[in-house]
Design a protein around this ligand. Structure first.
Ligand code: NAD
Ligand code: TYD
Length: 353
């Protein structure tokens, strides 16, 4: 028996796999296409570990998924694989439709065929957990209540629309075929192994490199930040005790404007790694053109998962962001590999072009 983790070389997926082995020893099969966002270095500490099987491949490759499910007697699939960056979805939505919509559909079909043929016991215990985002609910006004699981879907970017479509497919496979699915809709994550195209790692690395810190628009957009290992613990808990067919919102009740996030990062860096110029990193801030269709505010009401499954985050924003800065400062080789593109060279060497 094993679990299949798609997208396990990405930011959240790799944190999930590392945490999984820190807490137990059930084997994991990672299926990852190794796009620009998939970095095998994230799982480097497990390279010699026999509990991990790493397969480079696409969730849209139905025969490949079918063979992995059968070969490893998979008891649960956790679908992290996705194109995940809003700005990229604005420049090129096609890949988002391909992976997030068509890929999820192909994955569901492979899983449905496998699950249908299982014997009663394993069939009953099987789970398909789909990792999704709060962005499917759209944007909130400043005083609107936080998103609950019954909030209507109003995705505004090609990214969130493609994730919304995948959520709908997952839901339909439960209602139509009885597939035991679980969906989590989480707020913005941050922490180790975060690819520096997203706000927090981008600001951190630009600050240290003496580059401008780009803030879109007026910087007053609000996100609800959750430390990545808290997201991982929520997913483990939902997998263990969530009700099939249910959706669980996951969030840390840490609403912050982008300006507040960047201010916090700059002040921790000023303390831990002061700039050689003697100036605060804050002086590197540049306001730039806003993102088209930029959602103003996201906020998650996590009371269902808290009440029903007893999940609570372990980190506050203050503790998590400090851990994040410390991790980036103490892992210059990981940062260097990403910034120089060296990890892509490894991917080409290992897997060909
Ligand atoms: P990421 O972009 O860092 O990682 C995505 C991973 O999926 C990469 O390793 C990539 O190589 C892989 N992948 C992409 N297309 C694939 C395909 N067709 N087949 C197999 N693998 C493929 O993303 P992340 O931030 O780790 O997000 C993981 C999941 O969590 C996504 O589904 C995302 O929508 C969701 N999510 C992210 C956040 C966040 O703040 N990052 C918040 C809530 C939900
Ligand atoms: P991001 O990390 O891309 O996550 P998402 O768009 O999925 O919430 O962006 C977080 C917020 O930071 C969002 O409001 C856009 C803003 N942002 C900037 O102001 N500057 C940047 O360079 C980036 C990447 C994001």
């Amino acid at each position: 028996m094993a679990i299949l983790v798609t997208g396990g070389a990405g930011f959240i997926g790799s944190n999930f796999v590392l945490e999984w082995f820190a807490k137990g020893s059930e084997p994991v099969v990672v299926l990852d296409k190794l796009t620009y966002a998939g970095n095998p270095d994230n799982l480097a500490s497990l390279r010699e570990d026999e509990r991990l099987t790493f397969v480079r491949g696409d969730i849209g490759d139905r025969p490949l998924v079918a063979s992995l499910l059968a070969k490893h007697q998979v008891r649960a699939v956790l679908n992290f694989a996705a194109e995940s960056h809003v700005d990229r979805s604005i420049h090129g939505p096609g890949e988002f439709i391909q992976t997030n919509v068509v890929g999820t559909f192909e994955l569901l079909e492979a899983v449905r065929a496998y699950w249908t043929a299982l014997e009663a016991g394993p069939k009953e215990a099987f789970r398909f957990l789909h990792v999704s985002t709060d962005e499917v609910y759209g944007s909130l006004s400043d005083d609107a209540p936080a998103f609950t699981e019954t909030h209507q879907y109003q995705p505004n970017s090609p990214y969130s629309a493609s994730k919304a479509a995948s959520d709908h497919l997952v839901r339909a496979y439960h209602h139509t075929y009885g597939l035991p699915v679980l969906t989590t809709n989480c707020s913005n994550n941050y922490g180790p192994y975060h690819f520096p195209e997203k706000l927090i790692p981008l600001i951190l690395l630009n600050a240290l490199a003496g580059k401008p810190l780009p803030i879109y628009g007026d910087g007053k957009n609000v996100r609800d930040w959750l430390f990545v290992t808290d997201h991982c613990s929520a997913i483990r808990r939902v997998l263990e005790a969530g009700r099939p067919g249910e959706t669980y919102n996951v969030g840390g009740r840490n609403e912050m404007t982008n300006l507040e996030v960047v201010q916090t990062l700059c002040s921790i860096l000023d303390e831990l790694r002061p700039s050689q110029s003697g100036r605060s990193y804050w002086e590197q801030v540049h306001f730039v053109k806003d993102r088209p269709g930029h959602d103003r505010r996201y906020a998650i009401d996590a009371s269902l998962i808290e009440r029903e499954l007893g999940w609570l985050p372990a980190e506050t924003f203050q503790s998590g962001i400090r851990k994040t800065v410390e991790w980036y400062l103490s892992h210059p080789e990981w940062v260097q590999g990403v910034v120089s593109g060296a990890y892509r060279e490894w991917v080409t060497k290992q897997y060909g072009s």
